[in-house]
Design a protein around this ligand. Structure first.
Ligand code: IMP
Length: 429
């Protein structure tokens, strides 16, 4: 048993607590050998996890990155939106990179919605129409795919099993969206794209709820692998600058059909500073040279889109709200090493609006314009942290920074990322 997992029980969730890109993949890689099954429960190929093992790079978009372990079964749950040709390509690429037998270790929910080519076109058109209010999406069609799901006009993986109905639904949806938005959508192209992968996909489809129920009954261990971060959750994040699915702990129950009491522990991933891609409120943003320096030191460029990430100080208010709402038991603080060399560090400790303390980052533009924030300043440290494996061996100021964050957010920090390498991860007792 990995020591971070002590007291967390057999079915553990990993949840991002900021705006995504907290570095979840590295912890998943470190602990997933302790689990029999790893699951994605929401989102789609908007996520991007890059893991380097012994010099070989593996890129995961929709598949759970815990699948790096050769025996692990991966589940793509009903709460996800799946671009099937892209998923088949991801499987093929991972096989080529040397990962064993990926296709035979994947289960896709019959109820997962298919992300169609037209969803990407609609995503682009909606962003164009929003002008300076645009969300800055990843362009992967995520919002339109979930819109169809909620409007009860989505196409699910199970529809692949009925060719005639599938064709009818595709034609109907292309006509509907094409007319609504005044764009040209080609149903034949969509049908052919699905036909090209139908036979490959069919054996992977299953009732993933039943599969997971049986696994849990048999005492197997399950890892729920979150994508994005709590502040991008469609309900709990900085709406409308969010993704379109429930990405926090609640999404596990709906996106996999797992009852809440079966989630026995939650690990929250928080970066030692904050980043966000796309538009939307980010009160601790450093839109200056310092932000640029952090971006360079932290290689803060999107794994899916390559976009530079906006960088800023650690936001203790936003992170604390995420931890409380997601029910986090233990934190993995990531990328502490990126802050080495900064003279001083700041942390947002309080938000006030019209004399009232706020517990979340406000969502409306007016509130954000008037928002007052309090910051606390900490002395920095110069030493690189890579290769340090005991908390006690960190530079004194780094230790003090970690302890202060822990106090501010109210949840124990039990793992700390000290460098990009797989081994640059230290655990506290
Ligand atoms: P969408 O999920 O592509 O619709 O994008 C909505 C918002 O979520 C945009 O601000 C994206 O940049 C952000 N987003 C989506 N996926 C990720 C991710 O994996 N990491 C960081 N931000 C993301």
């Amino acid at each position: 048993m990995h020591k971070l997992l002590t007291d967390l029980g057999s079915n553990v969730a990993i949840i991002g607590t900021q705006w995504g890109d907290e570095g979840k993949g590295k912890l998943v890689d470190a602990i997933s050998g302790n689990f029999d099954v790893v699951c994605r429960f929401s989102g789609g190929a908007n996520a991007g996890h890059t893991i380097v093992v012994d010099g070989t790079q593996f890129i995961f978009h929709l598949l759970p990155s815990g699948m790096l372990h050769p025996q692990t079964i991966g589940v793509v749950g009903n709460g996800t939106v799946v671009e099937l040709p892209a998923l088949m390509k991801e499987i093929e690429d991972l096989n080529k990179s040397g990962l064993t037998d990926v296709g035979n270790r994947i289960k896709i929910s019959l109820r997962a919605h298919i992300l169609m080519g037209y969803h990407k076109k609609i995503d682009a058109e909606l962003e164009r129409r929003k002008g300076d209010q645009k969300i800055g999406t990843t362009g992967r069609g995520i919002g339109p795919a979930y819109t169809d799901k909620i409007s009860r006009m989505g196409i699910r993986c199970e529809d692949l099993l009925d060719r005639d109905l599938l064709k009818e639904k595709i034609e109907r949806n292309c006509a509907f969206h094409g007319k609504n938005l005044g764009i040209s959508l080609d149903p034949q192209e969509e049908i052919e794209a699905l036909e090209s992968v139908r036979e490959q996909v069919k054996p992977l489809l299953c009732d993933s709820r039943k599969f997971l129920y049986d696994q849990m009954q048999a005492g197997k261990k399950i890892l729920f692998e979150g994508a994005q971060g709590h502040q991008l959750d469609v309900d709990h994040g900085t709406y409308p600058f969010v993704t379109s699915s429930p990405v926090s702990t609640g999404g596990i129950c709906t996106g996999l059909g797992v009852p809440p009491q079966k989630i026995t522990g939650v690990i929250g991933i928080a970066k030692a500073y904050c980043t966000r891609v796309g538009s939307g409120p980010f009160p601790s943003e450093l839109d200056n040279e310092l932000g640029e320096q952090i971006r360079k030191q932290g290689a803060e460029f999107g794994a899916t889109t390559g976009r530079p990430r906006r960088c800023g100080w650690f936001d203790a208010v936003a992170t604390r709200t995420s931890l409380q709402t997601a029910g986090v038991d233990a934190i993995n603080l990531t990328k502490l090493d990126v802050l080495s060399g900064l003279k001083e560090l700041k942390v947002v400790t309080k938000y006030t609006l019209d004399g009232r303390e706020l517990f979340v980052v406000p969502t409306t533009r007016k509130a954000n314009e008037k928002l007052e924030k309090e910051m606390q300043t900490f002395p920095g440290w110069d030493e690189p942290l890579s290769g340090i494996h005991r908390f006690e061996d960190l530079p004194e100021n780094a230790k003090q920074y970690v302890l202060a964050l822990e106090k501010l957010v109210g949840v124990p920090i039990r793992a700390i990322g000290t460098g990009p390498d797989r081994n640059d991860l230290l655990f506290r007792e």
